[in-house]
Design a protein around this ligand. Structure first.
Ligand code: SF4
Ligand code: SF4
Length: 281
């Protein structure tokens, strides 16, 4: 499959973000999270994404409407809007004779169940890490706060992926980082969940500086966090949380992302709730 044809189709069906990783970019990943465990003939992994519209975050930013984000920015976006796009991409590939396995944006922390059915095979269910795959497909990075950032939307997107036996030219790994280590996410967190101590990680040659995040604190945070939609014990969804919204405001203000608006995202001082549920004034 020629990458240009694939990307042209992605544009037609309004996919905002698309990147391709060759299967060899997953060398070293455990069998429990490896795309090749699901489809051993896999040659390419296509990661697609849809933006979370900025307006879907507005009610949470103002502290007056939390449900709309959960629908348009989380559940419906992932399970309906993006899932439909993933399915259409699979149909497109299969119409051209290539098998295409759709993978939703489910946490890779989901526990295994049952037993391996073949010698050397991992136990079901193998789940591929979406953020990790998006880095390998050249789409961006994990920012200091632990949330995925892209050059277009900062923290505002969701991803799904497709494993295929089509050999597609991989996209280059992003060299530039979006995160400028401003530390605003760490400074604003009312639960002090983001450490100020930096650590460096490398994924597929991509170097990133990230913090240790205390996800137990994030799980009880009342500043825009949602439980993982599939697995209660997985890391919570933090894209609409205070740390992530502050990151978005910063990246827009510094023009470090491309999807900019006529007016700033943050229009007044952000509200904050402490761990006991009191508003911090
Ligand atoms: S707020 Fe600053 S340090 Fe934190 S992730 Fe965003 S850009 Fe990086
Ligand atoms: S989710 Fe809440 S507790 Fe966790 S880093 Fe963000 S603001 Fe802090």
């Amino acid at each position: 499959m020629e990458k240009e044809r694939l990307k042209e189709y992605a544009k037609q069906i309004k996919i905002d973000i698309i990147g391709v990783a060759s299967i060899d970019r997953f060398n070293g990943i455990s069998a429990q999270n490896h795309p090749g465990s699901i489809f051993p003939e896999a040659k390419s992994i296509i990661v697609i994404g849809k933006r979370i519209t900025r307006g879907s975050l507005r009610g949470i930013e103002e502290g007056t409407q939390f449900g709309l984000y959960n629908m348009y920015g989380y559940h419906w976006l992932n399970n309906r809007i993006l899932a439909l796009a993933t399915f259409k991409m699979c149909e497109f590939l299969e119409d051209h004779g290539y098998e295409a396995v759709p993978i939703p944006g489910i946490s890779s922390e989901i526990q295994t169940m049952g037993i391996p059915v073949k010698k050397g095979a991992p136990a079901p269910n193998v789940m591929v890490d979406i953020q990790d795959s998006a880095i390998r497909a050249g789409l961006g990075e994990i920012g200091y706060c632990g949330i995925f950032l892209t050059e277009n939307f900062g923290p505002r997107q969701r991803f799904q992926l497709i494993i295929t036996d089509s050999e597609i030219e991989p996209d280059p790994i992003k060299k530039e980082n979006v995160c400028d280590l401003c530390m605003e996410c760490a400074k604003i967190c009312p639960l002090a969940a983001i450490s100020h101590k930096k650590k460096t990680i490398h994924i597929c040659g991509k170097k990133m500086t990230i913090a240790d995040v205390d996800y137990d604190k994030c799980a009880i945070c009342r500043n825009g966090v949602s439980k993982d939609m599939y697995y209660e014990n997985a890391k919570p969804d933090r894209i609409a949380a205070l740390c992530s919204r502050t990151c978005l405001a910063h990246l827009e203000e510094k023009k470090r992302i491309k999807n900019l608006f006529n007016k700033n995202f943050r229009k007044r001082k952000a509200w904050k709730i402490d761990k006991s549920g009191e508003v911090i004034r």
